[in-house]
Ligand binder design. Structure first.
Ligand code: FES
Length: 161
């Protein structure tokens, strides 16, 4: 169904958390404090019927994101990733030290540095989702920069095309 389709260019990011659920995330409401905001992509409908579509968004002070973040796919310090662990598909959480921790087998990732694996079993970084800003909203620019959890390279290439 449309609610299960993966994120696609032109989708708007909407809140997935309890506050403002389904409402577009506004850039002007985001503090550059590195807090994690959960989001869904929304095309004609909110694509919230596929757990693998859960996204995590962070805004940092401009100029503080590090390589190998794809800087051209961030905007005003905002970076977005798939929120599902690349190991076996659990949801990642933000820790006090600013890293992301997967509760299942302690995989950890650095959201300031392209989602790189900094501990545990994940085989590859979290997939960064390219975004741009339009009219104070966050819009998907293109499909993930690498395969997301459970996705074959050929499926990823087809979604990138
Ligand atoms: Fe995340 Fe295993 S599912 S570390």
């Amino acid at each position: 169904t449309a609610e299960q389709k993966p994120p696609a260019a032109g989708d708007v990011l909407v809140h997935a958390g309890d506050t403002n659920k389904g409402q577009p995330i506004k850039v002007s409401e985001l503090k550059p404090d590195g807090q994690m905001i959960k989001a869904w992509p929304k095309g004609e409908v909110v694509k919230d019927q596929n757990d693998n579509n859960l996204l995590v968004l962070f805004r940092y002070p401009e100029g503080t994101l590090k390589e190998p973040t794809k800087m051209e796919d961030t905007a005003q310090g905002i970076v977005v990733y798939g929120g599902i662990c690349q190991h076996l598909g659990c949801q990642v959480n933000l820790k006090d030290d600013g890293s992301l921790l997967c509760p299942c087998h302690s995989g950890s990732y650095d959201p300031k540095a392209g989602g790189e694996v900094i501990g545990g079993p994940p085989p590859r970084p979290l997939p960064q989702l390219p975004i741009e800003i339009k009219d104070d909203q966050i819009v998907v620019k293109s499909y993930y920069v690498r395969p997301r959890y459970g996705e074959s390279v050929s499926d990823w290439q087809a979604n990138r095309a």
